[in-house]
Ligand binder design. Structure first.
Ligand SMILES: [Zn+2]
Length: 173
């Protein structure tokens, strides 16, 4: 069954033929983070796909994965292209290296999960929080409830983790 909801006044939908994403977001709706683990080579993958990107196997099972990691890269958006985001600038789009499977299958690889920086309750982060985050910041996954059957995986500062003294940020001001 397809999912259709509204987020910040925009319509979001996942088609019923998109089986991998429906399964992925079904777990997210329950605030659980699951990824596909390949039944042949055992590697996890993200984003959800039909076949393993490393061994091409189509057999996989869903496995719970810890939503913790460090910021690998970020974009700080000051000029929102989509009108729905205009009231939320500046906001961050984060690419986060999960601790799970970091450095596999090669030393340069990791499961890199995209999301916005949010408060612990899943609201887009205010400017003073945005300024504290850069490459290396430790984050944990939280979920933004969007509507029936859909929650978006997002990232918030992991206050319990040891943080880098000065996460790398673009020079500003
Ligand atoms: Zn595989």
């Amino acid at each position: 069954m397809s999912i259709k909801v509204e987020y910040l006044g925009m319509s979001l939908s996942i088609d019923e033929l998109d089986g991998e994403n429906l399964a992925y977001f079904k777990h997210c709706a329950e605030h659980n983070f699951h990824l596909q683990a390949c039944a042949d080579c055992g590697l996890l993958r993200y984003p959800p796909t039909t076949a393993c990107p490393w061994c091409m196997s189509r057999e996989a099972r869903w496995q719970p994965v810890e939503g913790k990691g460090a910021v690998h890269a970020y974009t700080e958006v000051h000029h929102a292209i989509q009108p729905a985001f205009k009231g939320h600038t500046p906001y961050l789009v984060l690419l986060v290296d999960l601790d799970t499977q970091k450095g596999k299958p090669s030393e340069h690889e990791a499961l890199r999960v995209v999301g916005n920086l949010t408060t612990p309750d899943g609201k887009l982060a205010p400017p003073d929080m945005v300024k504290r985050v850069g490459i290396g910041t430790r984050v944990r996954m939280v979920f933004s409830d969007v509507g029936p059957g859909l929650a978006l995986p997002q990232w918030t500062i992991d206050e319990a983790a040891r943080q880098p003294d000065k996460p790398w940020r673009y020079p500003q001001e």
